[in-house]
Design a protein around this ligand. Structure first.
Ligand code: FAD
Length: 369
């Protein structure tokens, strides 16, 4: 069993294969574990935010968050890594009239899904969320979960390693399906590895491996940048996050303060830019004036694997023998890591899974050749 990609998706699949099915995979990683988006994500786990997904996908995300609740202690105990899984109040302000309509509709929609969400009137905002601009015309408040992404990714790996999973350093260049359910992975170094089951879980770079097998994965890298900021002494971190469109302030349980973000279609360019840093700061300061006092520690950038319909691609590659895809998680890869790991683990080991992943088939794009 070989898994290409040591991001949060690959590590989670390895964990579930070992923990639930006694299958010890080899994770093939060309750089470092969590070196892509997985180790640099904000680490917020929320079903509702700037994107309002379909009811079906939202229920899948909620199932994924429920698995984080169920398994956090087990993963942290097994791995010995505390990834600071904790509560955070999320505030989504209305900054204009059309936001008010949209957000009040979202409150009703969230309630219809059994989620708790409160509309806060402008008169109450100052006393509850004093950092928010006085321009806000109301806000939705919810309680969400968050974690530290890099420690989470390492915890998944360490827990898997304790069950026999290993990591091999190598850059997969090509995949070839051989007769008799043999899959061959050819590395850039020229070395080849043969296996009976292979999962392609290497984030946005999965496109090239798909092409080597003769099919198209319609996925693009979407760069996201985060400003890591610090406040002067005496300021203290607020106990809540604020999200509006792509802009947010997210105080972390570690004491870090994250300001986000961008959605940039700039190909495989993973470098942060001064321009994005300036734009992020200008937008968040407009919405949260006390952030004017914040200073920049550093700005990071990484690439989300992004599909045209914003849904991941999870499942077996049609007409293949033992080749699976788990990628395209876009803005939700940390949130969906556990549910994806379990689904692929069951699929590989039992050839079916109890989790409904039918909406995530690659064939929905009609790009199989
Ligand atoms: C700024 C930002 C903030 C985010 N915040 C959140 C958040 O708050 N909550 C949330 O749920 N999601 C968030 N995300 C999304 C989340 O980070 C991604 O969806 C997720 O990390 C994707 O994981 P992955 O394992 O598929 O890919 P990656 O993390 O990209 O991992 C792929 C791995 O494969 C390796 N690799 C690539 N090609 C090869 C090859 N040929 N051979 C061997 N190894 C290879 C890479 O080195 C990499 O380590 C955020 C993303 C960004 C950019």
């Amino acid at each position: 069993m070989v898994i290409v990609g040591g991001g949060v998706i690959g590590c989670s699949i390895a964990y579930f294969l070992a923990a639930h099915h006694g299958i010890q995979a080899v994770i093939l990683e060309r750089d470092g574990i969590g070196s892509g988006a997985s180790g640099n994500a904000a680490g917020e786990l929320a079903a509702v935010g700037r994107h309002q997904y379909s009811d079906m996908y939202t229920k899948f995300i909620l199932q994924g968050i429920a698995m984080h609740h169920e398994l956090a202690d087990e993963i942290m105990d097994t791995s010995g890594i505390d990834y600071l899984f904790s509560d955070i109040t999320q505030v989504r302000p209305a900054l204009n009239r059309s936001d008010v309509t949209d957000l009040q509709y979202q409150v009703q929609w969230q309630e219809s899904l059994g989620l708790s969400a409160n509309w806060v009137e402008p008169s109450e905002l100052k006393s509850r969320y004093g950092w928010l601009s006085h321009k806000a015309l109301g806000a939705v408040e919810t309680v969400e979960k968050q974690l530290e992404s890099y420690p989470f990714c390492l915890a998944m790996l360490r827990a898997a390693e304790k069950l026999g999973v290993t990591v091999k350093s190598g850059d997969a260049a090509k995949i070839v399906q051989l007769p008799g359910q043999i899959v061959e992975v050819e590395l850039e170094s020229g070395e080849t590895i043969q296996t009976t089951n292979l999962v392609i879980a290497n984030g946005p770079w999965a496109v090239a491996l798909g092409a080597s097998l003769g099919f198209t994965i319609p996925m693009k890298p979407l760069r996201g940048q985060i400003v890591h900021a610090a406040l002067p002494s005496g300021f203290g971190l607020p106990s809540y996050s604020i999200f509006h469109d792509s802009n947010y302030m997210l105080p972390k349980a570690s004491g870090a303060l994250l300001l986000g973000t961008t959605d940039e279609a700039v190909g495989f360019n993973p470098f942060p830019t001064k321009e994005a840093e300036r734009d992020i700061l200008a937008s968040v300061v407009d919405m949260i004036p006390p952030l004017e006092a914040a200073s920049v520690i550093r700005t990071t950038a990484c690439l989300r694997p992004s599909t045209p319909d914003d849904l991941p691609i999870i499942g077996q590659i049609p007409d293949s023998d033992g080749i699976y895809l788990a990628t395209g998680h876009g803005h939700k890869g940390i949130t969906l890591a556990l549910i994806t790991g379990k689904a692929i683990g069951d699929l590989v080991a039992r050839r079916n899974c109890d989790i409904d992943i039918s909406m995530f088939k690659l064939s929905r794009f009609g790009t199989m050749q």
